[in-house]
Ligand binder design. Structure first.
Ligand code: BGC
Length: 883
């Protein structure tokens, strides 16, 4: 095997690519002799042709060391499958054979090529929240050569063919600002069609379009009538081709789904079931013609990131009888998704209810922190059920550890529930382990926080009436997130949502899609829900992090103008280049009473982030070759630094904002002149020592503080902070049974119990940002933005007395990177893996000036400088011993 990865747009064999020039990436196997690429050759050809045949493209031998994100240089036709292959030439003249061929299939390549014809059901009664069922039959004469469905919705759909679900996608097409952009997906239904009559069925739910969304009881934020549009194209083996679109000739009806809502859960009344409704021979008596719905969703685009799918299944660990009618199941893991329940027969009209909670009170009752989200699933019996059957809701999800089953017919067994974990279907890419079990659990909690909150968009939390794309949260978790998952397509899509809702004045909103400033202006008129420091800056920070980690320059091109507008907005909002107080600041500082009243002045936080966004904009301009912009932006950045110094640095070098967060931002965002740096580092360390290494930062400080300590040589302090088991500290939550990240350091304390449930989620990933530090400093795997996507990277594990070993492994875009260390009787043993076509700079702590280093058994002649050995490693696997 010469290749281990052959991807188009981060996906193996994607169906429905709308990109004009999709990007191809490959990774040569670490066993192949060609380990450093000097050149490559790509070939792409349409189905039915050949690499040299009609319509094909050959890049020729391209002298380039880049193996990621190379665009297809062909004008692609719509709805066509293309094959591709690559071969790689090594630096030493050796070459790989052609890779196995892979394919991608295009969607609609020209804007406006598919004009969706939407159908829906206008509801007379505002309380009518029923899902709508649509069906249409179609005849197939002979064999099917090719059949595709393109489908989009203002709402959420389930697509069926002949009584079968077409895919296991959930909540599709997903969430965007539906007035500006909507997504479509393409499915291959060829294998599901048969000769004769076939039936296409669609269930349509409210979803984000018209379901309950936002605090309170807001509904219909985007419109009152959910609608769906599908286009079915069929080519038969006899050469005939046909296109069928949704329209008033489809039939529609309601059914058992009386309510199926993201926040509120589902009410399924089996008495209203229409058995076999999507089978061809079903007779749709009483079904009405579908209503045509006029809709203009703006840009219609092929979905660029995978949809939500069931990722894994959990089983409850414990269950108990709570009262006469109620049994409570404990999944022992705060998870996000649905529950599938096995039910026995019962009388018509009997109702089984499922309630969900992240925590239980001392008496075993559910802790209610979901505010106005109803979070209840109900099954009402028809009486015609078989002896045993499964029920699972359709257009909802819950965040929970505990499930109450109320009015189960008879005595339930321990295995009647399955917890089905739903998340955007992106591959997980990292693992962290070490000799400290609590740190391992912390890493797992960070991962579960992402699993639970990467549901179509990056959300703040998955359980209450919120689940919104809070920009600050999404920004702070991203650097850690990229170690745990391949986040590129997911964030690339979300950044479109963010740009769609960027204000005219350049301000980014607090949430994307923006349902706060656009739909709830009345409620928030006193405080704008955009332009917030640390939150709006996500628009500049996220593209940069994605570029650094995935090396795709398109992310900078796509976001660049929006970033410039953001920087301009920030500048306009300043007085003497000092940003005003923009509400949240270092949100949820444990030493403050109200979440927005952190010890660190909001103006300091705002100005530091303004500098950061400006610096990143300048760096983007450098990468994109926008010289004039770069000059201007670097100039602005220098002026902001000066203003920052004037306003927030006292003559003795202390900050006005003499806090952990203050120094973290000043150091982390390069705001201090060299002579002040050692003092600031010392002060930051002191602020930890003085508090016995307890953290006293909110969301913003916590996301960077350990990285900053390590960057300036105080990994010792970072370790103490991370290993802190007392409140407030990361391991405090672990020690108290956390299986995800908590929203507040004091979400629960032994003294105070639960904090106010109004704002107390147990699955908020923001503090999980520390995962970045764990991978980069305990594991030692550190990227280099000058050689993005780990083309070059550093391996610099750092140790702590309390750990005897640690291991981080990470499937980087260029292949697996591994870094592990273990103390030995005389020193330390390291194992490193450096992927093909990359280069690592290794920095290891040297026990003494006379220490010895062996790499794969051979002595390495290298001198000790500043207490460390530094040397380079090319692709390969290494055992390094240090004594
Ligand atoms: C959310 C946060 C968010 C914050 C804004 C909260 O309600 O859950 O995570 O960033 O508001 O300050």
């Amino acid at each position: 095997m010469s290749f281990v990865k052959l991807l188009c747009e981060h996906t193996r064999n994607p169906l429905g690519i709308g990109e004009q020039h999709p990007c191809l990436s490959w990774v040569v196997s670490s066993r192949h002799p060609v380990q450093m690429q000097a050149a490559y050759q790509l070939q792409v050809w349409p189905e039915g042709s050949s690499p040299e045949g009609e319509g094909s493209w050959d890049s020729g031998k391209v002298q380039s060391a880049e193996n990621l994100n190379q665009p297809v240089g062909l004008e692609l036709k719509s709805e066509t499958r293309y094959f591709w292959r690559v071969r790689v030439y090594g630096e030493d003249g050796a070459e790989t054979p052609w890779s196995p061929r892979r394919w991608f299939e295009t969607a609609f390549m020209k804007p406006g090529e598919w004009k969706p014809s939407y159908i829906g059901r206008r509801r007379k009664d505002t309380e009518d929240r029923r899902a709508t069922y649509f069906r249409q039959t179609l005849k197939v004469k002979g064999g099917v050569a090719r059949a595709r469905v393109a489908i989009t919705a203002l709402g959420v759909y389930q697509l069926e063919v002949n009584g079968q679900k077409v895919s296991d996608d959930w909540l599709v097409p997903g969430w965007t600002n539906y007035h500006k952009r909507n997504q479509y997906l393409i499915y291959d239904i060829g294998p599901m069609l048969k000769e004769g009559t076939n039936c296409i069925g669609i269930i349509l739910g409210d979803g984000w379009y018209s379901g309950h969304l936002l605090f309170g009881h807001d509904r219909n934020l985007y419109g009152t009538t959910p609608a769906v549009a599908a286009r079915i194209s069929i080519q038969e083996t006899d050469g005939s081709a046909r296109i069928l679109e949704t329209g008033p000739d489809w039939r529609m009806s309601t059914g058992p789904l009386l309510l199926s809502d993201i926040y509120d859960g589902e009410t399924y009344d089996a008495r209203r079931e229409k058995a076999g409704w999507s089978l061809p021979d079903y007779s749709p008596r009483g079904w009405r013609p579908a209503e045509a719905v006029d809709a203009d969703p703006g840009v219609l685009e092929a979905k660029i990131c995978p949809p939500v799918r069931t990722r894994e299944v959990l089983h409850p660990q414990v269950y108990w009888q709570q009262d006469e009618n109620t049994w409570t199941y404990d999944f022992n893991q705060n998870m996000v998704g649905t529950v599938r329940i096995r039910l026995p027969k019962a009388r018509r009209g009997h109702k089984v209810t499922l309630r969900f909670a992240e925590m239980v009170e001392d008496d075993g009752s559910l802790f209610n922190n979901v505010r106005n989200a109803r979070c209840i699933d109900e099954y009402i019996y028809s009486g015609d059920e078989p002896e045993e059957f499964l029920y699972e809701p359709l257009f909802t999800y819950h965040g929970f550890t505990y499930v109450e089953v109320i009015d189960y017919p008879g005595v339930p067994a321990g295995d009647i529930l399955e917890g089905r974990v739903l998340a955007t279907d992106i591959p997980e890419s990292g693992s962290f382990r070490c000799s400290n079990r609590e740190l391992n659990r912390l890493s797992l909690n960070i991962l579960w926080g992402q699993r639970g909150n990467f549901v179509e968009i990056p959300t703040d939390c998955p359980q209450r009436d919120e689940r919104m794309g809070w920009t600050g949260d999404a920004q702070v978790i991203l650097p850690a997130g990229c170690y745990y998952m391949d986040l590129y397509p997911f964030y690339r899509k979300w950044l479109r949502d963010l740009r769609d809702d960027q204000n005219e004045n350049g301000a980014f909103p607090d949430v994307a899609p923006d349902i706060l400033s656009s739909y709830n202006q009345a409620a928030f008129k006193d405080k704008p829900r955009y332009g917030t420091a640390g939150w709006g800056d996500a628009g500049a920070i996220c593209p940069w992090v994605l570029y650094e980690r995935y090396g795709d320059v398109r992310i900078l091109e796509e976001n660049y103008e929006a970033v410039l507008r953001w920087v301009r907005f920030c500048e306009d909002s300043t007085t003497g280049l000092i940003r005003p107080d923009t509400n949240y600041g270092d949100w949820l500082d444990p030493l403050s009473v109200r979440p927005m009243d952190a010890q660190t002045p909001n103006q300091l936080v705002g100005t530091a982030y303004f500098a950061r966004s400006t610096e990143l904009a300048a760096r983007m301009a450098d990468v994109l070759g926008r010289k004039q912009d770069a000059r201007r932006l670097w100039g602005l950045w220098r002026r902001i630094r000066k203003a920052f110094a004037r306003e927030f640095i006292t003559p003795s070098g202390r900050l006005v904002g003499d806090t952990q967060t203050g120094y973290t931002l000043a150091l982390g965002f390069n705001l201090l002149e060299d002579p002040l740096i050692p003092k600031a580092v010392e002060r930051l360390a002191y602020l930890f020592e003085r508090r016995n290494y307890k953290i006293s930062t909110g969301f913003l400080g916590a996301s960077l503080v350990c990285d900053v300590l390590s960057r300036f040589g105080r990994t010792d302090v970072a370790y103490e902070a991370v290993l802190q088991r007392e409140y407030p500290g990361w391991l405090f939550t672990v020690r108290n049974g956390a299986t995800t990240m908590w929203e507040c350091w004091n979400s629960w304390t032994p003294e105070g119990g639960f904090r106010d449930p109004e704002m107390n989620s147990f699955n908020h990933y923001a503090y999980g940002a520390v995962g970045n530090w764990m991978f980069q400093n305990i594991g030692g795997i550190m990227p280099d933005a000058d050689a993005p996507a780990f083309k070059r990277f550093t391996l610099k594990p750092e140790m702590h007395d309390s750990l005897s070993w640690a291991r981080a492994s990470f499937d980087s875009p260029r292949g697996r990177i591994e870094s592990s260390w273990k103390r030995t009787a005389r020193g330390c043993r390291f194992i490193f893996q450096v992927p093909p076509n990359t280069e690592a700079k290794v920095v290891l702590p040297a026990p003494s000036k006379r220490g010895k280093l062996r790499v794969n058994g051979k002595a390495l002649e290298t001198s000790v400088e500043n207490g460390a050995w530094t040397f380079a490693l090319g692709p390969g696997k290494y055992e390094v011993t240090a004594v």
